[in-house]
Design a protein around this ligand. Structure first.
Ligand SMILES: [Zn+2]
Length: 280
């Protein structure tokens, strides 16, 4: 059983083809999914998905680009609602996406992104849930490392998703206890920086994801979906001189350690109110 370490299966681009997406994932051996949150509307959709699909775990967070598109009051209201995502039946078991983005959102919004990032880290430490970091664009890795060192991480650790930084910075994140996750970008022959990073991650800290419906590997159909995890695994395996199946198995085990058991069935689910009540 393989696990897609980061995807957005609640995205409206996948809503109409949900049955087919899950069927193709199962045929590929991908039966676990970490569905990452971006804003309060997505948290509600993710909780519902977790209730109706086996193998789904989810994380709740305010994506830096969501922060950039909200007013200060809107971001404050969303952050006030965030602890509720970790309560009740089918609760979130990780905090994210959170982080910094200067590639897709305006650099002027960085101070607001950073204050939400700091508040999110504080909540993750209080709840002791793993964090899912989104760091994209010039300067974001150096700034994020400063924030992470100053604030500290939850004991539960976390991951940097769709890693875009250098091989040197891999060591810094790993020293902080984080996992490093690679998406379809690593399949591009010209993505040399990502290739170097994929070689630098220790076996026990390497995760594989699709970020579906985005970051489709070259030559695969859009929208992206979890079945494409095998293409990501093959690309990383070729770079590391390893077997794709071994990478997938280690990544799945690490995902279960971070986010909880993906094989839990509905009948063995803990009662409502227990924080690890997801998935069905
Ligand atoms: Zn994502």
């Amino acid at each position: 059983m393989y696990v897609d370490a980061h995807c957005h299966l609640d995205d409206e681009r996948l809503a109409e083809i949900e049955d087919a997406v899950f069927a193709r994932a199962e045929s590929a051996g991908v039966t676990g999914f970490v569905v990452a949150g971006v804003d309060p509307a997505s948290w509600a959709r993710q909780r519902a998905l977790c209730a109706r699909r086996a193998g789904v775990r989810w994380t709740a967070g305010l994506h830096p680009c969501a922060v950039a598109s909200l007013t200060a009051e809107g971001a404050e209201a969303a952050m006030a609602a965030l602890p509720g995502a970790f309560e009740g039946a089918h609760a979130a078991t990780g905090l994210g996406e959170t982080g910094l983005d200067t590639r897709f959102c305006a650099r002027e919004t960085l101070p607001r992104q950073e204050s939400v990032f700091r508040a999110s880290l504080a909540l993750a430490r209080t709840l002791n849930v793993p964090v899912v970091l989104h760091l994209n664009g010039q300067g974001t890795h150096a700034r994020a490392l400063g924030v992470l060192r100053a604030e500290g991480l939850p004991r539960a650790g976390g991951m940097v998703h769709a890693y875009s930084g250098s091989a040197e910075l891999v060591r810094e994140y790993v020293a902080l206890g984080l996992h490093i996750s690679f998406a379809g970008t690593v399949c591009r022959p010209d993505a040399r920086k990502v290739h170097a990073a994929a070689r630098a991650v220790p076996d026990s800290r390497l995760l594989l994801e699709t970020d579906a419906p985005d970051l489709t590997p070259p030559d695969l159909p859009r929208p992206n979906e979890p079945a494409a995890l095998l293409a990501v695994a093959r690309a990383v395996a070729a770079l590391r001189g390893d077997a794709a199946s071994a990478l997938l198995a280690r990544s799945a085990a690490a995902c279960a350690e971070l986010f909880g058991d993906f094989t839990l069935r509905a009948e063995s689910r803990p009662p409502a109110g227990v924080s690890s009540s997801c998935p069905s």
